[in-house]
Structures are given as structure tokens and as C-alpha cells.
Design a protein around this ligand. Structure first.
Ligand SMILES: *Cc1c(COP(=O)(O)O)cnc(C)c1O
Ligand SMILES: *[C@@H]1O[C@H](CO)[C@@H](O)[C@H](O)[C@H]1NC(C)=O
Ligand SMILES: *[C@@H]1O[C@H](CO)[C@@H](O)[C@H](O)[C@H]1NC(C)=O
Length: 356
């Protein structure tokens, strides 16, 4: 018997659509390291235009996009970056900015909504800046949407405020915008406006946009020229990369428009989870396509046990702690998949409680 599969582990699990595969098959390509791949060139130009920046660069992953961006802004040894203690760069990127880049991280507490208190950011800026015992603050990083805070959106007002502080102190601002299009759609703010205050942004193509591989970084022409050199150093420059850029271009054209619908289905799933006895969702935190839900204390079911039973029924989720689970939607999850997943979760809870 074929088990119906609903994969809610992440929005990175999307498969390239037929249109994407066709675009990849027919992409006009050349050697991008020699600077001649027309499809990469066209994609990067379009991305720069959409983001309202001078230039863009395709990179193999979001991790490399963030690493390159931080290293370009902090090219002088002894540099320090201010970033959230729950940020992707700090938690999930192997500490690459320090192990590979020699950049010193200064963490500031992330609030539940993904922001850091403005006063705490200001207090973290090294002062006096010329004291001989301090590392030199050179960069502030924000994350939008904030993944570990449940896909929360960072507002344009907050971003502008942090941008002003950065300017006042001669610092740069980088946005880890892995899911910046989700934020743009959820906030109803054009993406170029949302990142106006940033000197650089990294954007994942392989998440909501549905491309199989890649991320892109945007910034000034000078920033991208340095980034291109660093990408080569890190082994991230590729030859006929247009094959990948062609898929990303289709994602940009076809899938940004589907994000609002993804967010609607996410709300539907969150509402449904909240109705299941023994589960709890903080609805205020559900702003885009990510849901964190909790198994209530008295229920006596562990997240990993629920995950295992659901897997047998083809529904894949990601346990994040003993009683907490993350699910993420994307354009290949239908409304009917959402209902199916809810039914399976309800049945799994009853089964684990020994109810027939
Ligand atoms: C996924 C993600 C990244 C890194 O992406 P990879 O392509 O997996 O390296 C960076 N930041 C955030 C917030 C992410 O969600
Ligand atoms: C982001 O938007 C994409 C595109 O619709 C969607 O597939 C994805 O689920 C969204 N992700 C989040 C975390 O909001
Ligand atoms: C979880 O599963 C393990 C092994 O499969 C089992 O020993 C344990 O009793 C289960 N715990 C709960 C609370 O469901």
C-alpha cells in the first residue's frame, strides 16, 4: 500500500517543478568563473533590481552567503559583529564567522518576536571604539523572518531604526534574509523597502522560492566585488551555474506569489493543531509559514514518539525539544494535505494515549 506523504519538516524539502526542470534543461550557460554565464548574469541582475541594491551574487548556500557577507564587512582583523543569541548565524553555522573568518561574535538576547532590544544593541557597541583592549564593532546582523523565533517578521520601522544606529556609529548592517520574501508578503511591504537600511542581504532560493539549490547575496557594487573574490576563496564559485540560476529565476517568478497562500494554509494548520486536545500553539507567533507547537505537560507523550508514529503514516515533522515540535509549510503542501496531516496527528495522539 502506498502511504500518502506530507513532508512538514522544512520549506527546504520542495522538489523542482516541471517548469523549473524545463528551464534548467534549456538554460543557456557558459563559464561563470570566467564571467560569461548569461543565465547567472540575468538572474543576478533581476535579483538586484527586486531587492533595490546595485548588485547580486549567486552562492551555493545561505550559510556561505552569510559567511561571505560578514567577512566582507569585517575584513580587518579584530572585528566584532553584534548578532542575536538565537540567530541562525550564531547557532547553526558552525561558528564559521570565527573559525574561518576570525570575526568575534557579540551576542544580544533575541526577544520572542525575533528582535533585539534597541538599548541592548547600543550598549553592545564597543565604547570607546579606540580602546586598545576591545575588539572593534563593525557590523550588526538581523534575521528576517527569524527562524528560531517561529518565522516572526521584523518590521520595516525596526529595521530602519537599527540601520540608523549602525550609521551613527559607522557600522554596517547585514540582514540574514533567508525568508525575507515571506516577511515582505506577511507584512505587505515591498522587499526592497524592507531591506533599504541594509548594506547587504542574503536570501535563500532553496526554501520558499522552491529552487533546488542556492542562495543569493545583494549589496553595493563594491561589496559584491569583494564577495565574489571571497566566494572563490571558499570554493563556492562554479562553472555552468546558469543551470541552477535558471531554476531560481523560475522560483522568483512563480513562487513569490504563492507565499501568501502558504501563510494562509499555515494559519489553518495552526488553528487545527490548537483544537487537538493535548496540543498548544501560540497563535501570536504564527506570522508566516513556520509553526512551533507544544505537547501539554499532563498528556505524557514525547515529541519524538509522536514524530515516529506520524512517520509511519507518511507525515513528517521535526521535534525540537522534549515537548516541542516544528512544522513548516511550502507551496507543495495543499489544503487537503493540511487536513490529512491534522487527521493523522489527532489519530497519533489518541493511539499514543492508548485510546482505541
Ligand atoms: C536556512 C537558513 C540559513 C542557511 O541556509 P543553508 O542554505 O541551509 O545554508 C540561514 N539563515 C536562516 C535564517 C535560515 O533559515
Ligand atoms: C515562505 O514562502 C514560501 C513561498 O510561498 C512558502 O512556500 C513557505 O512556506 C514560506 N515559509 C515561511 C517560513 O513562511
Ligand atoms: C516513547 O517511546 C519509547 C520507545 O519507543 C518508550 O519506551 C516510551 O515509553 C515512550 N514514552 C512516552 C511518554 O510515550
Amino acid at each position: 500500500m502506498v502511504v500518502r506523504r506530507v513532508d512538514l519538516r522544512s520549506d527546504t524539502v520542495t522538489k523542482p517543478t516541471e517548469v523549473m526542470r524545463a528551464a534548467m534543461a534549456t538554460a543557456e550557460v557558459d563559464d561563470d568563473i570566467l564571467g560569461h554565464d548569461p543565465t547567472a548574469f540575468r538572474f543576478e541582475a533581476e535579483m538586484a533590481r527586486i531587492m533595490g541594491k546595485e548588485a547580486a551574487l549567486f552562492v551555493p548556500s545561505g550559510t556561505m552567503g552569510n559567511l561571505i557577507s560578514v567577512l566582507v564587512h569585517c575584513e580587518i582583523r579584530g572585528s566584532e559583529v553584534i548578532l542575536g543569541d538565537n540567530s541562525h548565524i550564531h547557532v547553526y553555522e558552525n561558528g564559521g564567522i570565527s573559525t574561518l573568518g576570525g570575526v568575534h561574535p557579540r551576542t544580544v538576547k533575541n526577544n520572542a518576536d525575533g528582535t533585539m532590544d534597541i538599548a541592548l544593541i547600543e550598549a553592545a557597541i564597543r565604547n570607546p571604539p579606540d580602546a586598545i583592549y576591545y575588539p572593534t564593532t563593525r557590523l550588526i546582523c538581523l534575521e528576517n523572518t527569524h527562524a528560531n523565533c517561529g518565522g516572526r517578521c521584523i518590521s520595516v520601522e525596526y529595521t530602519d531604526r537599527v540601520g540608523e544606529i549602525a550609521k551613527q556609529h559607522g557600522l554596517k548592517l547585514h540582514i540574514d534574509g533567508a525568508r525575507i520574501f515571506n516577511a515582505s508578503v506577511a507584512l505587505g511591504v515591498p522587499v526592497h523597502r524592507l531591506v533599504e537600511a541594509a548594506d547587504s542581504v542574503s536570501v535563500c532560493l532553496s526554501k520558499g522560492l522552491g529552487a533546488p539549490v542556492g542562495s543569493v547575496i545583494v549589496g553595493s557594487k563594491g561589496f559584491i566585488a569583494k564577495a565574489k573574490r571571497l566566494r572563490k576563496t571558499l570554493g563556492g564559485s562554479m562553472r555552468q551555474v546558469g543551470v541552477l540560476c535558471a531554476a531560481a529565476y523560475v522560483g522568483l517568478q512563480d513562487n513569490v506569489g504563492k507565499l501568501a497562500d502558504d501563510h494562509k494554509k499555515t494559519k489553518m494548520l495552526a488553528d487545527g493543531l490548537n483544537l487537538i486536545k493535548g496540543l498548544k500553539v501560540n497563535m501570536a507567533s504564527v506570522e508566516t509559514n513556520i509553526i512551533f507547537f507544544d505537547i501539554m505537560e499532563g498528556v505524557n507523550i514525547l515529541a519524538r514518539n509522536l514524530t515516529k508514529v506520524l512517520e509511519e503514516h507518511g507525515v513528517l515533522i521535526m521535534p525540537v525539544s522534549k515537548l516541542s515540535i516544528r512544522v513548516v509549510l511550502h507551496h507543495q503542501i495543499s489544503e487537503s494535505d493540511v487536513h490529512h496531516a491534522l487527521t493523522c496527528i489527532q489519530q497519533a495522539i489518541l493511539k499514543l494515549q492508548g485510546v482505541k
